[in-house]
Design a protein. Structure first.
Lengths: 86, 82, 203
């Protein structure tokens, strides 16, 4: 594994962080507003979108969580680098 | 949203009582935070949101809850509220 | 009464899944072990992220179903914040030599732990379960949670006041804002539990 990550890694990661943050915020909102249909619709939209962009990220940089496919046959990409290192 | 924000100020201050023999130079105004969650009440539906990118940077999806904080003593006491 | 919900509410097994990313892109601009010494207050201190996560997740077993989801989700987010704080401490002390740690007031820490992170507060007092409560009374517990969020918000303010690292302050502002949103949701949880709408009005 390279010692530093390419700039695209940070850009793609931040897009995931932004989308997942919207999900985090909608989840907390829905926990106290469980019948808000607009919020549920928005949550579902972002939940699907998050899956798509994570799949794309994982194709280049390896699994974000266990259960995701390790695309590379020759390297176990889970081994690093870790979030506090990059 | 802007109307909602104008209903309150997120920072208040008071001037502590000064005794005749207090050794430290007076701090002037002493500040404390009164963030939006003290005023908004049970959140109503369909409030204005930030874009996902802005929301991440600001730490909230909902504009009404955003409260930027900076060291109030750095500003030289020119920002008295409340 | 609501129909009894199966326990646990979400999914069939209790499992936390590690996701290999931070909730927010943490950046630090200076090698500054002194700031790490302050930040550890939010790692292993009374109002820190570990205490918050353990407090909320533990309260879930004895609170009405209506707010279990909220405690689960906020408690889980606190672990994401714990990893952000750990990342800041790690980056602020990484590659710092013993002499630099000593000058930052971390000489005692170095003697015990080298640069390892440890769950203690800014004064070096080890973490304790006595930092949080589980009273079993839903209102008492939620009021404690609201207070915990406000105390954590205040701690972030005091650290921002002490810090001159703009990138670090950016991440700390993010975490302070999260405390505001969490406090808001706990306040709403109290409103949900005290609500009279489900009952016949007899007054």
């Amino acid at each position: 594994m390279a010692n530093t990550m390419p700039i695209e890694y940070y850009q793609q990661l931040e897009e995931i962080q932004a989308v997942d943050f919207v999900i985090d915020e909608l989840v907390l909102y829905l926990d106290t507003h469980p019948t808000d249909q607009n919020a549920i619709q928005q949550y579902n939209h972002f939940a699907l979108y998050s899956k798509q962009i994570k799949q794309k990220f994982e194709e280049s940089y390896g699994p974000l969580q266990k259960g995701s496919v390790n695309i590379r046959q020759d390297y176990w990409a889970w081994s690093g680098p870790w979030p506090w290192q990059v | 949203m802007d109307q909602q924000r104008e209903r309150f100020t997120p920072m208040k201050s008071y001037v502590p009582f000064r005794g005749l023999f207090d050794p430290c130079p007076p701090i002037g105004e002493k500040y404390y935070s009164t963030p939006p969650n003290l005023y908004v009440g049970f959140q109503s539906p369909n409030l204005e949101q930030f874009t996902p990118q802005e929301a991440l940077r600001k730490g909230t999806l909902w504009k009404v809850f955003y409260d930027y904080y900076d060291n109030p003593y750095k500003r030289g006491g020119d920002s008295g509220h409340g | 009464m609501r129909s009894p919900a199966p326990f646990p509410q979400r999914g069939e097994e209790i499992v936390w899944i590690y996701e290999k990313k931070l909730q927010y892109p943490v950046k630090v601009s200076t090698c500054n072990p002194t700031l790490a010494k302050y930040l550890v207050e939010q790692y292993g201190g009374a109002d820190g992220e570990l205490a918050a996560a353990l407090r909320y997740l533990n309260q879930r077993y004895t609170i009405p179903d209506k707010v279990i989801g909220l405690l689960t989700d906020i408690g889980t987010e606190e672990f994401a914040h714990l990893e952000m704080i750990a990342t800041m401490i790690y980056k602020l002390t990484k590659d710092a030599k013993p002499q630099a740690l000593k000058e930052a007031g971390l000489g005692e820490h170095y003697v015990q732990h080298d640069s390892a992170l440890f769950y203690n507060n800014a004064a070096g007092v080890p973490f304790s379960a006595t930092y949080f409560q589980a009273k079993g009374d839903p209102i008492a517990d939620l009021y404690e949670d609201i207070a915990a969020e406000e105390k954590a918000r205040a701690t972030y303010q005091w650290i921002i006041d002490m810090s001159d690292d703009p990138d670090l302050n950016d991440s700390l502002r993010y975490l302070r804002e999260r405390e505001i949103v969490h406090s808001q949701r706990f306040r709403e949880a109290v409103e949900i539990l005290k609500d009279e709408r489900d009952r016949q009005k007899i007054f």
